[in-house]
Structure formats: C-alpha cells, structure tokens
Design a protein around this ligand. Structure first.
Ligand code: BDR
Ligand code: CA
Length: 314
C-alpha cells in the first residue's frame, strides 16, 4: 500500500509519545519523514535520546531524528518527570541508541522539508509543546500554506486542565508557541484531553500488549504500567489516559473520533489560566473556526487498532 500520509512527528518522548511513534512506524499508510524532538516532558537531550531509543526498538534506525528547541519561546521550561519518570521513558529497560542524531536543527529541517516537498503533501504531528513548529512558522511564514495539516495533541475544554487546573501540559509549557500555531491558518486537528481521557489503559488492554510476546509488546506494557500509576492515583481511574497515539489513530481511522470545527484561542496572559485553550464549543462568539476539536473517541476501536498495529513490530 502506498502511504496516504507523509508526516513529521514533533515530540517530547514520553511513554505516550513513544506509542505514537511506534504506531506510525507500524502503519504502511504512513510515511514518517522525520522526527523532531522538543523540550517538554523532560529536557531536550533526553527527548532527543528517547526518540532514537523508540526507533531502534521498532527496528527503524534509519528514521532521521533532529533535536530542536531546548526551551519555550518566552518562558522557563516546565517538565513532567512526576508523570514520565526521570528519563521520560521509565518503565522499560532499553539500551542507549546507536543511531546518530542528525546534524541539523529540527527547526531548519521543518522549514527545509516544507519548502522542498510538494505543497500540501506534508502533515505535521506535534505531540509535545509547540515550540519547534511555532519557531519554524515565525522564521519562515512562507511554509504555513505549504503544510497539509497539523494534527496535534494538546488542550482541553470540558476536562479543562491537567498540569494546572486550567491548562493542559503541552499548551501550558509554551502558550506563545500555541498562539502562533492556532493563528497560522494551517488546518488543525486537535486531540484534547476531552478525547484522550476516554482512551484509558485498562489492565486487559495493557495485558494485550504484553501478550504480543515481542520486545515491543514487553516495552510498551512496562511503559504503560509505569505511566498509568500517576493518573490512577490522581483520577481514581482504571488506568492512565493514552494521549499522543490518538493523533496517529485519527490519521489512520478518523471515524473512531467525533468532534466539531470550532474556534480555539490560547490564553497567554491569564494569572491562573496561562495555556488554557479557550474553545468555542457552543459557538457563542463570531470568531471563525480554526480547528477540528475532537471531543470523543471509540476507545475499544482505538486500542484494537493500536494492538493490531504494534503486533507487526518485532
Ligand atoms: C501531554 O503531555 C505529556 O505529558 C504527554 O506526553 C502528552 O503529550 C498530555 O497532557
Ligand atoms: Ca507528548
């Protein structure tokens, strides 16, 4: 099957980021042009390392991995070791990567790729803070009309926040970057907490990954056992929300999700609300829609897709 989607994943791995990368690598409909690492869940040297650990686990050491911005555009970096562990990928014991980092900055790779490839042929999939994408857009505004779409994990409306009472982590870390992205004019699909909090890693779902009997299955189950403990404690749920792979799942099976085309603005100044996604779900303003905001996911369908695809990896 020839790929329907040519993508760049912009990421801060993160166990759930790792699953997004694995889902993309396991899916023949997707051509992964490169992975750009950004500071987020853990500092940049670790996210750039972790992206390569995941590629090697999947048997794809040839995917080019680029290191990008090491801090948000205007603020100090906020990290999430309390969720992801010290390495960002705690829960599985995997070797340091042998594959090199590319000798090019992630922002330069993003700009170059969008300029060189046929306009409208490349989709950006940011699953961390939006610093790399926004920096590329700021430095090279000509790339905005050349991007096919941005499919991102971030924000929330009904679920409001996870890192603060009002904001989701990826947007909260770099609200100025998010504001640039949401006003770029690029078509955007947002997978917010409203959808990802339905994609819960229940025991049987994690056991299904472990039962694959592969190195990937074992690593994924170990990661999820580690990752979910934080949210189980916090929300009292049966498992943790598996945020980031929902982006790739939307590309593969958009029918698993339901949402609305709405206006989303980013709060950059609020005293208590910096990084809030002000989502006009009920259409109470006359602001033009700028995003497809996904509220619901068929969680069983999502986990079956993920398990079926990860079974193809070694
Ligand atoms: C998002 O924040 C990170 O901790 C996860 O990797 C995900 O991208 C969820 O709020
Ligand atoms: Ca992430």
């Amino acid at each position: 099957m020839s790929p329907e989607h040519r993508i760049i994943i912009d990421t801060d791995p993160g166990q759930d980021d790792a699953l997004a990368i694995l889902l993309a690598l396991a899916s023949p409909e997707i051509e992964l042009l490169g992975i750009t690492a950004v500071a987020g869940n853990v500092p940049l040297p670790l996210t750039a390392r972790n992206a390569r650990v995941v590629c090697e686990l999947a048997g794809s050491p040839d995917v080019p991995v680029f290191a990008g911005c090491d801090r948000p555009m205007k603020r100090p970096l906020v990290t999430a070791e309390h969720v992801h562990g010290k390495t960002g990928l705690d829960g599985a014991d995997l070797p340091d990567p042998a594959m090199p980092l590319q000798p090019v900055h992630a922002v330069d790779f993003l700009i170059r790729t969008l300029r060189e490839q046929v306009a409208g042929s490349v989709t950006l999939v940011p699953i961390g803070p939006l610093t790399n994408i926004a920096t590329a857009l700021q430095r090279a505004p000509d790339i905005a009309p050349r991007a096919a779409r941005i499919v991102m994990m971030g924000g929330a409306y009904f679920e409001v926040g996870n890192i603060t009472p009002a904001a989701e982590f990826n947007i909260h870390v770099d609200p100025e970057a998010a504001e640039i992205v949401f006003s770029s004019g690029i078509p955007i699909t947002v997978v917010p907490l409203d959808a990802t909090h339905q994609a819960i890693t229940t025991r049987s779902r994690v056991d299904a990954f472990r039962a694959l009997g592969t190195a990937t299955g074992r690593a994924v189950a170990g990661w999820l056992d580690f990752f979910e403990r934080f949210d189980v404690e916090k929300y009292g749920a049966e498992g943790g929300p598996l945020h980031d792979p929902c982006t790739i799942a939307w590309l593969l099976r958009p029918g698993l999700f339901a949402g609305r085309e709405i206006n989303v603005e980013i709060e950059t100044e609020g005293r208590f609300t910096a990084g809030m996604t002000v989502a006009d779900w009920w259409g109470v303003t006359d602001r033009a829609p700028n995003a497809l905001f996904l509220r619901d996911v068929d969680a069983d369908g999502f986990f079956s897709l993920l398990t079926e695809r990860l079974a193809r990896l070694r």
